[in-house]
Design a protein around this ligand. Structure first.
Ligand code: RET
Length: 277
């Protein structure tokens, strides 16, 4: 038979092949994970060296802060080498603008190693702040349990099968986050105010820094894993910046400020009442 000059297939396909779409790490993300791994490792070594300069009885903040970057080093090693992640399967209904009823299957890479890290390091970060303020035990316990609920429900949210499940868990995580904020803004600040002025000032500034940074995490989550408006790489870079600020920068700030305060107090006692602090 002679081939017909016009193709016999309809220009509008009736069946759209549902090829799954993969959202995964690229070169930028991979390099970023290694850079943060190196920063976390070097900070850990620096914190260990700093703790050797103070007597054991005064090392509490050094120990907590060193543990925080140690866990971050481990989790970034896992992520950089391709461990600690898996794909979440999202079914997008009405995925095609012009063809109604099209279903799309999206597989997005979720780095669950972050949540393992956060479940250990965020309580430790809170302990740093709580001990600085001299917070009461009940408030510390509530804040730490709320923090664990926040991280675990955040993990469930990341693997949510549909929007209802995903944003439902997310909402619960946000409520838990508000409980933490409440404990620190009310009980934490009250405790810090009854201490010396340098401690209450340090708590106000480092606590304010923490509040701003921590609030950015659910925003990054919402744009990245939540709404999937950002690529996996963009999300990795955003978390990288936040993690470096929330762990090493927070740690150096706390340890240096605390050391300065300690020498000011020693100076106060050895030089009579001439010291300012
Ligand atoms: C999630 C998603 C669900 C809603 C909320 C979140 C908050 C996360 C926070 C993480 C802080 C991490 C830190 C890491 C240090 O390196 C789980 C993202 C509220 C506050 C400080």
């Amino acid at each position: 038979p002679t081939p017909s000059p016009t193709p016999s297939v309809s220009p509008i396909p009736t069946v759209i092949p549902n090829l799954p779409r993969y959202e995964r790490i690229g070169d930028t993300g991979g390099k970023t994970l290694w850079v943060v791994f190196a920063i976390m490792l070097l900070s850990t070594l620096a914190f260990i060296a700093m703790s050797w300069r103070v007597p054991v009885q005064k090392r509490l903040f050094h120990v907590i802060t060193t543990l925080i970057t140690t866990f971050a080093t481990l989790s970034y090693f896992a992520m950089a080498t391709g461990d600690g992640n898996s794909y979440t399967h999202i079914v997008v209904k009405e995925a095609h603008k012009y063809v109604p009823g099209t279903v799309e299957h999206v597989f997005r890479q979720v780095f669950w190693a972050r949540y393992v890290d956060w479940s250990i390091t965020t309580p430790l970060l809170l302990l740093d702040l709580a001990f600085l303020a001299g917070m009461d035990g009940a408030s510390i316990l509530v804040a730490i349990v709320a923090d664990l609920i926040m991280v675990l429900t955040g993990l469930f949210a990341a693997y949510g099968k549909n929007d209802g499940q995903k944003w439902g868990w997310y909402a619960m995580a946000c409520i838990a986050y508000l409980v933490i904020v409440y404990q620190f803004v009310i009980s934490g600040r009250r405790a810090a105010m009854s201490k010396d002025s340098s401690t209450s000032k340090l708590f106000a500034s480092i606590g304010g820094f923490t509040l701003v940074l921590w609030t950015l995490y659910p925003i990054v989550w919402g744009i990245g894993d939540g709404a999937r408006k950002w690529s996996v790489d963009a999300e990795i870079v955003a978390y990288a910046i936040l993690d470096v600020l929330a762990k090493p920068v927070f740690g150096f700030w706390l340890l240096f400020a605390h050391a300065k305060k300690a020498t000011a107090i020693e100076g106060f006692w050895s030089h009579g009442l001439s010291s300012e602090g």
